[in-house]
Write a protein of this length. Structure first.
Length: 611
């Protein structure tokens, strides 16, 4: 049983953590599983390393944008002349201007296509690069992180949050930047036409800026809350669907429906708060803008009355002012999107800020093929300071020896073997393999020489052959079959219509426990490790399956250093040495016969099981 800390520093078993998570989901007491440890406020500058490699594509898109922008004052000028010609009834001139306007529109829309398609391409590549790097970063994090992380939350961040960031990058260059350029160019043209009228339009600009900024800050707050609620809902779904058999076995469907309903309601409330803010923003900003247009007409009439402006010039000025409506609306909307996207940026870079606790040292060497000599020297380990799980633990396993670890639940047996492949790092002492400190070698070269057959076999979606050859891109099917024969798996595999190409459902739900365990053994056989860890490998099997699995295990244990964790002492009688572990210390060591003759802890366990 794995023991690890919760956020408050208390040690919990896996069962406790599952129960705790259920309670947390029901009470909605947490937004992030690492809330309180990382609260750095991020911004879009962190995306620059991901945007820079696609600078050429973005530059091409911006070149199209600049060309598009040039056409905005041309459209305003032509529109003003059209109004004048309509008043004069000049149909010939009207036809020429209409043809010019059609040509201007055509060229501009072609350039817009280039702008939009190039920016979409760059934004999608940015999202892809970010997603790959975040996923690779997660792969390097340690086991302890994933034991407390919510799978649904991680999935949401890798999908929805990164998609939102990609959309924001796209809008930044494809929508926001062209709108800003359009504003600058059109305003410059309006100043050229009549600076007094243009100056008057700026009277409401500060108010517009304050309004947009305030709404943006509120939108960021509501967006963070909404995304965290959606993430919690995703985590709840992942947890329930993965344990649906237990839910139905305990007739807990109504209980889970109530949990889901409560979480979904909180999710709805968070989203509605954000949408309501948007609904308030649009009429407020729209009203202020409408008042500015009304002011424009009043001032325009006054300018015409005093002779500073002609009717045609005012028509051109109004046409230019109308060209400001769309970019202002887009900038307002985009600003909200950017604030929402900032919440996603924060959530992604929170993940990137988490550093692995087990890392390769600088200059780590590749561990050569080993004989399997393992030595623990005064090893101490604690998940939390001051709460030791292992204390000054020392022993030596010679090549080819079978070492059995027995003791009560929570004694530290699984933690002890988890230190060997460096899933965790001891706070004191050292572990040697063939005299080499495992901290001096690369993690892949270490872990490839250690095979693990766990109590609960994990299978992935794919064929049986792919599951046996897990982690190998190219494999020989003959080697897979040979490993399956050693593991007593070949016979049942060939009974499937597609044999080794049979598709295994998620978590191997279409296979029995004994079949999954033999596939796990075949996986270890194909790896051909010098050291083998068997963690309660037969405890959950029926008698027939256990016999087949035990026979397979006896084959692969030959000529390997083996560590067996077992509660059923019948499986460890043949061990070369039995270590009795209690409270993180080895309290007894010897063979089965020696420990029985001693009549102490092991003898007591044995008598309890076989009385």
């Amino acid at each position: 049983m794995l023991i690890y800390p919760d956020k408050g520093g208390n040690l919990f078993s896996h069962t406790d953590v599952v129960s705790s998570r259920k309670a947390d989901s029901l009470n909605h007491s947490k937004d992030l599983f690492w809330t309180g440890t990382l609260k750095t406020r991020s911004n879009y500058w962190q995306l620059l390393p991901y945007i820079r490699p696609h600078g050429k594509t973005i530059a091409q898109a911006l070149a199209c944008t600049l060309c598009v922008t040039v056409f905005w004052p041309i459209q305003a000028a032509v529109a003003g002349q059209l109004v004048s010609l309509i008043g004069q009834g000049n149909m010939v001139g009207l036809g020429r201007l209409a043809g010019t306007l059609v040509l201007v529109f055509l060229v501009q829309k072609i350039l817009m296509y280039g702008q939009d398609s190039l920016m979409a391409k760059a934004a999608l590549f940015v999202a892809l690069d970010l997603r790959k790097q975040v996923y690779a970063h997660l792969q390097r994090l340690n086991l302890g992180f994933f034991e407390t992380a919510q799978t649904g939350d991680l999935s949401y961040r890798l999908t929805e949050d990164i998609d939102r960031i990609g959309e924001v990058v796209n809008k930044l260059f494809h929508d926001f930047t062209p709108c800003v350029l359009q504003l600058i160019v059109v305003l410059g043209y309006m100043i050229y036409l009549n600076w007094q009228l243009t100056l008057a339009t700026f009277i409401v600009a500060p108010l517009m800026g304050v309004l947009i900024g305030w709404f943006g800050e509120q939108m960021l707050k509501f967006s963070r809350r909404s995304q965290n609620r959606t993430s919690n809902l995703s985590a709840l779904l992942t947890e329930v669907f993965s344990g649906i058999r237990l839910v139905q076995a305990f007739a807990a469907e109504e209980y889970e429906i109530e949990r889901f309903t409560a979480e979904a309601e909180h999710n709805r409330q968070a989203k509605y708060a954000a949408e309501r803010l948007k609904a308030i923003q649009n009429p407020v900003v729209g009203f202020v803008y409408a008042m500015s247009v009304l002011l424009l007409f009043l001032l325009g009439g006054w300018q015409i009355s005093v002779g500073n402006l002609t009717g045609a010039q005012f028509a051109t000025f109004v046409a230019a002012a109308l060209l400001l409506i769309d970019p202002i609306a887009h900038i307002t909307s985009n600003y909200n999107d950017f604030r929402q996207g900032e919440a996603s940026v924060d959530r992604i870079f929170e993940l990137m800020a988490i550093q692995p606790t087990v890392v390769e040292k600088l200059g780590a060497t590749i561990l050569p093929p080993v004989t399997g000599k393992v030595e623990y020297g005064n090893v101490s380990f604690a998940y939390n300071p001051g709460e030791p799980v292992l204390q000054n633990l020392s022993f030596l396993a010679l090549p080819g020896e079978m070492i059995a670890l027995v003791g009560p639940s929570g004694a530290g047996k699984t933690t002890l073997v988890n230190l060997l492949p460096r899933f965790y790092e001891p706070q004191a002492g050292k572990i040697l393999i063939d005299g080499v400190d495992i901290r001096d070698v690369t993690l892949p070269s270490l872990r490839r020489q250690i095979g693990i057959v766990p109590q609960e076999t994990i299978l992935f979606s794919g064929t049986i052959a792919q599951n046996i050859a897990f982690g190998q891109k190219d494999f020989d099917l003959k080697d897979v079959q040979a490993a399956a024969e050693i593991a007593n798996a070949h016979q049942f595999i060939t009974q499937f219509s597609q044999g080794y190409h049979t598709w295994v459902g998620e978590r191997g739900v279409n296979l029995s426990g004994g079949q999954k365990q033999r596939i796990a053994i075949a996986r270890a056989v194909l790896l051909n490790p010098s050291i083998l860890i068997l963690d309660e490998a037969t405890s959950a099997l029926d008698s027939e399956s256990e016999a087949l699995v035990q026979e397979a295990l006896e084959r692969i244990m030959q000529d390997r250093t083996v560590f067996i964790i077992a509660h059923r002492l019948a499986t460890v009688r043949s061990a070369d040495r039995i270590l009795v572990v209690e409270q993180g210390q080895i309290v007894e060591s010897g063979t089965h016969e020696e420990l029985l003759a001693k009549g102490d802890r092991y003898a007591g366990f044995y008598a309890q099981q076989f009385s």
